[in-house]
Design a protein around this ligand. Sequence first.
Ligand code: MOS
Length: 742
Amino acid sequence: MNAYMGAPTSRIDGIAKVTGAAKYAGEFNVAGLAHACMVGATIAKGRIARIDTTAAKGVAGVIDVLTHENRPPLPDNDLAYKDDVAPDGSPFRPLYDGKVMFNGQPIALVVAETPEIARCATGLVEVSYDKQPSVTDIFRERDKAVPVKAPANPMEAAFAPPKTRGTPDQALAAAAVRHQAEYFVPIEHHNPMELYASTVVYERGGKLTVYDKTQGVQNVQKYLCGVFGMQPEDVRVMSPFMGGGFGSGLRPQFQVVLAGLAARALQRSVRLVLTRQQMYVLGYRPAMIQSIALGANTGGTLDAIAHDAVTITSQYEDFHRQETGWSGVLYKSPNAKYAHRLAKLDLATSCDMRAPSACTALFALESAMDELAIKLNLDPVELRMRCYTDRDQNEDKPFSSKALRQCYQQGAEAFGWGKRNPVPRSMRDGSDLIGWGMATGVWEALQVPITVRIALTANGHAEVACATSDIGTGTYTIMAQVAADMLGLPLDNISIKLGDSSLPQSPVEGGSWIATSVANAIAATAEQVRGDLLRVAAQMPNSPLAGLAVSEAVLVDGKLASRGDAARAVPIADVMRHGRLDRLDKELTTNPAQDQSQAHNTHSAVFAEVKVDEQLGVVRVTRAVNAVAAGRILNPKTAGSQILGGVVWGIGMALHEETMIDHRFGRIMNANIAEYHVPVHADVHDIKVIFVDEPDSSNPLGMKGVGEIGIVGVAAAIANAVYHATGKRVRNLPITLDKLQS
Ligand code: MOS
């Protein structure tokens, strides 16, 4: 039993991916496919005064050019454009009218016989605008920012700031030691490797088969039904593989509407692949100005925390997350207050990006804790131990599990933290200053209702199906691991079907909730399969399993057996033969009523070493240790890769990433991966991932997700290391060379 769960299994889809057999949304081919290319607005705000497509249409090979003037009918109500994870507000409607709300907004779609012709002709679409003044600078709008409200969408309802505890103002004023500062994280973009693409196959009679880059095929299906007034049986959305999403594909993106509009208008299959530059208007991590105030007593415990944030969204939707309350689950403080305001800018709506809110909020909180430790003359790990909380103070609940102390201990041990000289600029390697910093990470451990179908065939194979996505995290693999163990079959005998809206229901893959949800759903469905088999087996002549309870039966090595007595066993094939079953199908919806009396979180402790060239200010992250507590780890290899990737991204957040806008035009200036800097191999050195033991009984498998925890805390650990190396505190990311000049 449990031969696969817990083993560092390689990806079952790995060979398909590296050989190119795995097909992505822009790679599906059908006869007669037309190719589309989008034209984006060049102003941030105003109206299209005139749009002339005559020249573009005149290019040989151009089939049509769609604009708001000649597009097919579209619905005129917001509800039709709402998706499962839409924030409050009025969703963007592609090609709806002449109104321009952000620079780069799609305003025309050229459809041609080849992608090259389509792209060429976009340059011939002539547009003039009635321009209005636009604001895209968070610092200009921060004073007009409005307090966030709890969203109406039930999927989003948790994203309101937590309530005030105690009397934070008085406690802050009376605190023996205080730290207060402002921290800034700029706009950042997801930049997944795969370009956003939709291949819309126009079937006879107008049905659509849509290959789309998305984290939620059923979300896109439902959305397209709303936008096109179609029935679910007439729209099938597939996304078998995804080359990175990181949150950018949680909501349906406009390329799928554009490709669908064109396919329906032309009654022909259409593919649209966005350019890298165009992907910069799909959504972004909102810029965030944060003020943190900490009041402590000289013993190193907290009396008061105040966390105030301003984030950004568009003029038409109010996207925000619960940005300010994370200290409530990390550090004990009798008094706390949180405030979160939203600045509305002339940009596309901001969106989720890996560990949304925690990753930005903890840059500020964990930088501030480091600054407080220095004021208190305490080791930063020791301060966090003294402030440790065993209760979620926002909700006043205990944790289902919280092995964060072990993260601090094991991370510090692996890093060699005990050898740190706390004095800034005290550690050197030739002309490099060495800095060691640390920070805490936290994320949520959520579960969602999900449906799984298992089809067991008499030859000992099983197909496991669910409409979830695998956004690159390893979902295919862990689904197969769980199924193999629970059905007692070799891994190779399991096939996984996912990323298809016609499969049993799944919410979007995000929030680090799918692994836990789908794994437990497979286990529960397999138990039903076992029950069915046992009922048949018990009827067999002289059955060794007669009278056995389902809870006492196991599927192992291709047999149905008694848990306590391996000699009592019947091969699954024999059971199915006896029952005249070619195939046994079970479909089950698992609705995990998580214990609401407990808080469910993952935690981490991140340790980073930087070497800073004293003359040039060049920062390298030479070592990092990320010790993570995330319940039971099903696959240390794929889970470890999630954490590694998170640390790499954290290096980018700390040192490289920043979306720059020319505020005169409201236009992103570095909308490409040459000028939008991300870490490359030369920036990534020694990274060690530790999973600490964390028994948790929130779900039968004892799991929590690991998709997002890996990035949280990394930027702060690096910023703290840079301070330790240089004596210079940088509170606005990224930490570029210029900010280290004294
Ligand atoms: Mo994740 S940012 O919920 O895809």
